[in-house]
Design a protein around this ligand. Structure first.
Ligand SMILES: N[C@@H](CCC(=O)N[C@@H](CS)C(=O)NCC(=O)O)C(=O)O
Length: 249
């Protein structure tokens, strides 16, 4: 029995949710409350971050290690080309996305959204009982401060993240100039990883919030202008992400 320990909002968790859905693997999702996740995850996997996946008794942390595990144990339908050099290319794009896209997107989003506490609280509390939502409301100012320190979210670091992400997206655009997919001519882990990690900029309706129904959280609501204006500069590559969500998610 597969269980995924996750944050509903997490784009690294989205990589795993999408892979599980793509491979049609039955699984249970366990939603954790950010800030209260670290101890249980450390105990379970030896790492404080989510995603963590358990299958029977084995606990695996780190999205790319989880995807490796799923590819090995549940190979079909495959997210990996058979050609060894294309395989290598796929893994390189995934590493690139994990390093150059995921952390920058998170930093850029939180830099603006942490100043909109209600919006962040709603996302954090998806799947949580009312008393945990109340607890988050009470401690949010402290939690937001801690997040800024831990993730080094400040004006200078966000400006640097934007430069780094702009360069990454430019590299992607050039590569995709006359291609549909990043490696070869089939959808692979490379496309899935890049699209998942850019998804918070696109807010696709099938991101993984469907199961919460009418929770009062509106993922389609526009972002504050400061964030949306930055996102709009990348509409071309984000249209490619939307298309992948429509076709493969
Ligand atoms: N390299 C890790 C990154 C995972 C990650 O950054 N997870 C975030 C949520 S998006 C997290 O758990 N943050 C809280 C923490 O690290 O304790 C992966 O690919 O899984």
């Amino acid at each position: 029995m597969i269980t995924l320990y996750q944050f509903p909002i997490s784009h690294f968790c989205e990589k795993v949710r999408w892979t599980l859905a793509y491979k049609k693997l039955e699984h249970t999702l366990v939603d954790l409350l950010p800030g209260f996740h670290a101890k249980p995850m450390m105990k379970l996997s030896g790492h404080h971050s989510v995603p963590v996946l358990t299958d029977t008794t084995k606990a695996i942390a780190n999205s790319s290690d989880i995807l490796n595990y799923l590819d090995r144990h549940y190979p079909e339908p495959s997210l990996m080309p058979t050609d060894p050099s294309l395989k290598q290319e796929v893994l390189e794009w995934e590493r690139f996305a994990d390093k150059e896209i995921g952390p920058q997107v998170r930093k850029i989003c939180y830099h603006t959204l942490l100043d909109h506490p209600k919006r962040v609280r709603e996302i954090f509390c998806l799947g949580q009982p009312w008393y945990k939502a109340l607890l988050i409301k009470l401690i949010f100012p402290k939690l937001a401060k801690k997040m800024r320190v831990l993730m080094q979210i400040n004006e200078e670091s966000v400006a640097e993240s934007k430069i780094r992400l702009d360069a990454a997206l430019q590299r992607l655009s050039l590569h995709l100039k006359d291609k549909k997919y990043l490696a070869g001519n089939q959808f692979s882990r490379a496309d899935l990883s890049v699209a998942s990690l850019l998804a918070p900029f696109v807010r696709p309706s099938n991101y993984g919030f469907e199961r919460y129904g009418k929770t009062g959280y509106d993922w389609s609501a526009p972002y504050p202008a400061a964030l949306q204006n930055y996102i709009d500069q990348h509409s071309e590559i984000l249209a490619w992400v939307s298309a992948l969500y429509q076709k493969h998610r």
